[in-house]
Design a protein around this ligand. Sequence first.
Ligand SMILES: NC(=O)c1ccc[n+]([C@@H]2O[C@H](COP(=O)([O-])OP(=O)(O)OC[C@H]3O[C@@H](n4cnc5c(N)ncnc54)[C@H](O)[C@@H]3O)[C@@H](O)[C@H]2O)c1
Length: 250
Amino acid sequence: MRLKGKRILVTGGASGIGLSSVERCLEEGASVVIADLAGSEGAHEAKELDGRHQGRCLFIPVDVTSTEEVDQMVAKTVEELGGLDGVFNNAGIGGICPVEDYADEDFLRIIDINLSGVFRVARAAIRQMYKQGSGSIVNCASILGVFGQSNTAAYTAAKGGVVNMTRTLAIEGAKKGVRVNSIGPGYIDTPLIAGLDEELKQSLIDLHPMGRLGKPEEIANAFLFLVSDEASFVTGANLLVDGGFTAGKS
Ligand SMILES: NC(=O)c1ccc[n+]([C@@H]2O[C@H](COP(=O)([O-])OP(=O)(O)OC[C@H]3O[C@@H](n4cnc5c(N)ncnc54)[C@H](O)[C@@H]3O)[C@@H](O)[C@H]2O)c1
C-alpha cells in the first residue's frame, strides 16, 4: 500500500485521467476526494467507490473558476479527512480554434479553467500544506505545455503556464515541506478526445512513436509516484508521459 493513510484531493476526478487516478489512490490505501462540477458523475462515482473501498471516497462539488468554491473545497476536505497530503490539479477542458477566429471569451474561458483554476487550487492547498509543513501537489499539464500545435492558442498558453508556474511554486515550497510537480500527458484515450473524428484521432496517434494513445491509468501511475513519498526528492519537475511524442519523430 504505497499511499496508506494519505489524504488526497483530485480535481476533475469524475472522469478520464482524474477518475483513474482516484481509483489507483484508493487501491493504494489513500482516502480520496473527488472534486468536480456539481453536474458531473462525481457524486455517483464517489458513492460506488466509497462502497468498494471501506468508506474512503467522497465527492465535493467545485467549479475551479470560483475562488470561493475552491477555498471551500479545501476547507471541507480538511474538515472531513483531517488534513491534506496530496493534490492532483487535473480539472481541464480542451479547445480548438484557429487564432484568427479565436473569440476573447473562448480564449479566457480556457485560461480561467486550465491555468487560473490550477493556480486557485494550488494556492488553497499550499496554505493548508504550509500549516502542516508537508504536502505534494501535482499539476496536470500536457505535451502542449512544451510543444505548440496549430489551433490550440489558449490551451498551449494555459498548459505552458502550468509547467512554468509549477517550477515557481516548487521553489517557494521547497523549504516548507511542499513539493510541486507537473505531468505532461501525450494524447490519452478519455472523453476529452472521444468526440474527435476518426481521421483526426488517427493523425494524433501517428504523432506518438509508440503508435497508440495513452491510457488514463498510465497517467494515474505517474501521479501516484509523484504524489507519494517515493518522489521525496522530486520537485519542480515536468514528467512527460507521452509514448515518445516529445522525443522526436520516428
Ligand atoms: N486526454 C488527453 O489527451 C489529455 C492530454 C494531455 C493533458 N490532458 C489533461 O488531463 C486533464 C484531464 O483530462 P481528461 O482527458 O481526463 O478529460 P475529461 O474530460 O475526461 O475530464 C476532465 C474533468 O474535468 C472536469 N472539469 C471541467 N471543467 C471544470 C471546472 N470548471 N471545475 C471543476 N471541474 C471541471 C470535468 O467535469 C471532467 O470530469 C486535463 O487537465 C487535460 O487538459 C488530457
